[in-house]
Design a binder for this molecule. Structure first.
Ligand SMILES: [Zn+2]
Length: 573
């Protein structure tokens, strides 16, 4: 009798579809973030059993990604078999030119098959990410007994072409494995850009073979202030690290496999203390000792300075006067040589050159800088900064790269082809769009994930300040009302920035980005007028199970029932 039952089930599976073919699905089966443009709920479920993935060789990367995902989730081998014979159910991956948008896709699930089509392989990848969210959350890391997927038809396409996350690895350094984890998180959220902030006053993090001291000296500081700036003391612990060029190549490839572009940031002309510690001649005043504010310098650095080593890697936070000298030709030679090694590592069309927070005090009293102002007929030090940026832009443009800079690059005149990242609110972004320059919105009030995320700051880990709740992020609209429809075309998208002065561990990074990044992923994917906080919040509750399954450390405030919250409007830094 038992044998007969098994035989009947086997027959049922092979001849007339699976036993889930008439299952009634409910809205709770389709909790997807970011919300797709259209989701049509259907009856029946696809059973992952003797399933193979078919599709063109050009989609091998996506097929193998999906294969890995479903093999873990189902506990059964789901292979990519482009020319294979079907024994059970099939998932087809394909390119469909008729799909709207470079990153658009359709996903059709029936009880018999799954079809994922993209205009490009990018779209196919996003279709796979959506399929992933139709699987039970607990299948992220371990198999479920019988893996089924609810039938559905989804058409989807992002609203913004630039969907980014930034990470400062200079104030604090995070190992290559964590960078990959971060990239995996971006992929899960259909983000397409990772902005990697690699150089700072407090550390230089990228190996440059022509200038070995950048990492021998510049990648390590002799101590760090304790507590919030200006600090209570110096911990006197050597701190640092860097990525080798081989590690960077591996990470860039890892990201590319997940359709994520990595944009490196090499800060200039400010935030350059670490480079200057390695090569003091880059400073206007190589003999002037590095100052750590409020007498917070480490014992080791004091000792070095007593022995005539004037420049040290910065140990406190903030903005420093000791910047690259804009008068010396050697500065440009150095930066061009650095960029010559950066360019081949990053296929991205953009290189971020910083351009923010560059005090002009040293330039004002440096004979070389003053001579440059005179020789070039510049009005003042702001035009000297503009000269600096434009000269670097010209160099990079000639190498086929474009620059992105923080909104300070507007001061003294924008470089002709520059894209502007608007961080001091939206003002710089609005001004740049009016000047017909591309803009990426990263306003501090909505997109600074180093801010506190709950008003009860006493019970939060130390942060830089501010207050940006998940809801604040969700309510952000990257299109400012001040812009006309024509001007709005210059807004490429938005990004959140994760500055890490006070974020010293990978756990804390996760806590600061989740779930705010999940909110941002919807901001940059859907049209603003289709957003709905309550609807998002209910999908977020389901998404949270995925954080749990993946063992992520996320902030829980938004999931706690709290008495009516005051609306947070803080924009303080
Ligand atoms: Zn100078």
């Amino acid at each position: 009798m038992k044998k007969l039952a098994v035989l009947l089930i086997a027959l049922a599976l092979t001849s007339c579809g699976n036993k889930y073919k008439d299952t009634k699905n409910t809205a709770s089966d389709y909790q997807i973030i970011p919300k797709p443009v259209s989701v049509t709920q259907k009856d029946g479920r696809f059973l992952v059993d003797k399933t193979i993935i078919m599709g063109d060789e050009a989609l091998r990367n996506e097929a193998e990604y999906l294969s890995q995902l479903l093999t873990i989730a189902s506990g059964k081998k789901v292979s990519y078999a482009p020319g294979g014979t079907r024994l059970g159910s099939v998932i087809h991956l394909g390119i469909d030119e008729s799909i709207e948008g470079e990153e658009g896709y359709t996903l059709k699930v029936t009880n018999k098959e799954i079809i994922i089509s993209g205009k490009t392989s990018k779209g196919v990848f996003y279709g796979i990410q959506t399929l992933r969210q139709l699987l039970p959350a607990n299948s992220e890391k371990q198999s479920v007994a019988e893996l089924t997927i609810p039938a559905v038809e989804i058409h989807d396409n992002p609203n913004y072409q630039y969907r980014g996350m930034h990470l400062d690895v200079a104030r604090h350094f995070f190992p290559a494995d964590f960078i990959k984890k971060y990239i995996d998180l971006l992929a899960m959220h259909k983000m397409n850009t990772f902005h990697w902030h690699l150089t700072e006053d407090q550390g230089w993090r990228i190996e440059i073979k022509k200038y070995p001291k950048l990492t021998e000296i510049g990648a390590y500081r002799n101590g760090t202030i304790v507590g919030h700036y200006p600090g209570t003391e110096n911990d006197n612990k050597k701190y640092g690290g860097f990525y080798t060029q081989d590690e960077i190549k591996e990470i860039v490839q890892y990201a590319a496999d997940r359709h994520i572009t990595v944009i490196p940031e090499i800060e200039l002309p400010g935030h350059s203390s670490a480079a200057i510690a390695a090569y003091p001649e880059l400073s206007c005043f190589p003999e002037e000792p590095t100052e750590v504010p409020n007498d917070m310098m480490s014992e080791k650095s004091k000792e070095l300075q007593e022995n005539g080593i004037n420049k040290v890697v910065q140990e406190s936070w903030g903005v420093y006067n000791d910047v690259y000298c804009a008068g010396k030709e050697e500065t440009f030679e150095f930066l061009q040589n650095v960029l010559d090694e950066v360019i081949p590592l990053f296929p991205s069309k953009y290189i971020h050159i910083g351009g923010d927070e560059c005090p002009k005090a040293n330039w004002e009293r440096c004979p070389n800088c003053q001579k440059r102002i005179n020789d070039e007929g510049l009005a003042d030090e702001h035009e000297l900064q503009s000269y600096f940026i434009q000269r670097i832009e010209k160099y990079l443009n000639a190498k086929g790269k474009r620059i992105i800079g923080w909104d300070e690059i507007l001061e003294g005149g924008l470089a002709p082809n520059a894209t502007v990242m608007s961080w001091r609110g939206e003002k710089g972004g609005i001004e740049s769009a009016k000047q017909q320059h591309d803009v990426i919105m990263t306003p501090n009030h909505s997109c600074y994930f180093d801010h506190y995320q709950d008003k009860d700051k006493e019970n939060e880990p130390l942060a830089i300040g501010g207050l940006t709740t998940v809801e604040d992020v969700y309510n952000y609209n990257p299109h400012p009302e001040e812009l006309s429809a024509e001007e709005s075309k210059y807004i490429l998208g938005a990004q959140a920035n994760v500055w890490t002065e006070y974020i010293g561990t990978t756990d804390y990074v996760e806590y600061m980005i989740l779930p705010r990044m999940t909110a941002l992923s919807e901001v940059v994917w859907v049209a603003n007028d289709t957003k709905n906080w309550d609807d998002f919040k209910s999908r977020l509750s389901a998404f949270k199970d995925r954080y749990d399954a993946l063992g992520l450390n996320y902030a829980k405030h938004v999931f706690e029932d709290k008495p009516t919250e005051e609306k947070s409007t803080s924009t303080e830094e």
